[in-house]
Design a protein around this ligand. Structure first.
Ligand SMILES: [Zn+2]
Ligand SMILES: [Zn+2]
Length: 357
């Protein structure tokens, strides 16, 4: 399945998806010698290709789905127009652009309201360049859904006529993940009856680092992430303590039964029941699933060059997992929506919220 999903994204990045009308697409084959019609009708996708006839969701369908996801981001970006609303009178009909000012964070679009005779700066963190904004939002979205930096750059050229190299794309991602992270840090669950904890390794420059995750059972909301070298009890304890910074002590903690968890829980979490999934298959699926998806995403990137790079990625992925990704197990809602923490479910909304603070 994941192969087809990745190929679908690639088709989109290469500009091989064309929407012919609402709910109908023409997708070119990888080599470009064939075309397949993809139709969305009565809540069902169909495609003309042999793969679909075998009864699987083919890459053309994935490509069309991603096309729609990107279009939604594009539409959402038009709400950026609120940046040119006069802060004095609340209207935008007599507002004109009035040059660009450069400050520490880069260029900022300036506006002038003729009605009030007042000048003001764009309030979004984008420097007021709408096209760029759309490109940035699309870049974040596609990157965390699985495109490589180079594929994102290709797509921006094809769809937005924005020419940037993959390094610029990477810089955007770092910058906006940081911005949004500052905002989402304050969004947290008050209490969670059951925690799931798990850990796994990812490659950094031929070496490995260990990633620990802690999530709320009911909503799948990731409460804490911890990164370390070792797998000792002291590291497990750091993860659990991070959980306590944002939520009350749970009644139960589910783990895979690693001794480090047992030790950490008995040391500092007396009264909390430790449930070990090694005793019953599937008990810790919720945490394992996070790593399964994270690793599938990491695989496309061929590892990380620096630990810092890996950390930024994991931070961004956590935002994606909590706020952007609609989980089928949550009736197509995000963990943040399920927990009634935030209805925002696009990078644009998160960026706008974060930059208003
Ligand atoms: Zn197909
Ligand atoms: Zn005004």
């Amino acid at each position: 399945m994941s192969k087809r999903r990745d190929k679908g994204l690639k088709l989109l990045a290469e500009g091989k998806v064309l929407q012919v009308k609402e709910g109908e697409f023409v997708v070119k084959s990888e080599k470009g010698d064939k075309e397949y019609r993809v139709v969305w009708n009565r809540d069902r996708w169909t495609c003309e290709c042999p793969d679909f006839k075998k009864g699987v969701k083919c890459k053309h369908i994935y490509a069309s789905m991603y096309y729609l996801a990107v279009r939604d981001v594009k539409n959402a970006a038009t709400t950026l127009k609120e940046e040119r609303t006069c802060k004095n009178c609340g209207r935008d009909d007599e507002v004109i652009k009035k040059g660009i000012r450069y400050n520490k964070s880069g260029p900022v679009q300036m506006y002038y309201c003729k009605r009030c005779g007042k000048k003001f700066s764009a309030r979004t963190g984008f420097g007021g360049m709408k096209k760029r904004a759309e490109a940035i939002v699309a870049a974040l979205d596609l990157y965390f859904r699985g495109l490589s930096l180079r594929q994102v750059a290709q797509h921006l050229k094809a769809s937005y006529n924005v020419e940037v190299c993959h390094k610029t794309v990477h810089n955007w991602i770092k910058r906006y993940v940081k911005l949004v992270n500052e905002f989402v840090k304050s969004v947290n669950l008050d209490s969670s009856a059951r925690w799931h904890v798990d850990d796994s390794v990812i490659k950094v420059k031929g070496d490995h680092i260990r990633i620990w995750t802690l999530l709320d059972s009911e909503t799948r909301f990731i409460l804490a992430i911890h990164i370390s070298k070792s797998r000792g009890a002291e590291e497990a304890l750091k993860l659990l303590k991070k959980g306590l910074e944002v939520s009350k002590k749970p009644e139960e903690i589910v783990s895979d039964g690693l001794k480090s968890y047992e030790k950490a829980i008995s040391q500092k979490f007396s009264g909390v029941i430790h449930i070990q999934s090694s005793l019953r298959e599937g008990l810790n699926n919720r945490a394992e699933r996070f790593f399964k998806e994270l690793k599938r995403r990491v695989k496309v990137m061929d590892g990380f060059k620096t630990r810092k790079g890996a950390e930024t990625f994991v931070e961004g992925y956590r935002i994606y997992y909590n706020f952007i990704k609609k989980h089928s197990s949550l009736n197509d809602r995000t963990p943040a929506q399920s927990a009634a923490l935030s209805e925002d479910c696009s990078w644009l909304e998160l960026i706008l919220r974060a930059s208003k603070r």
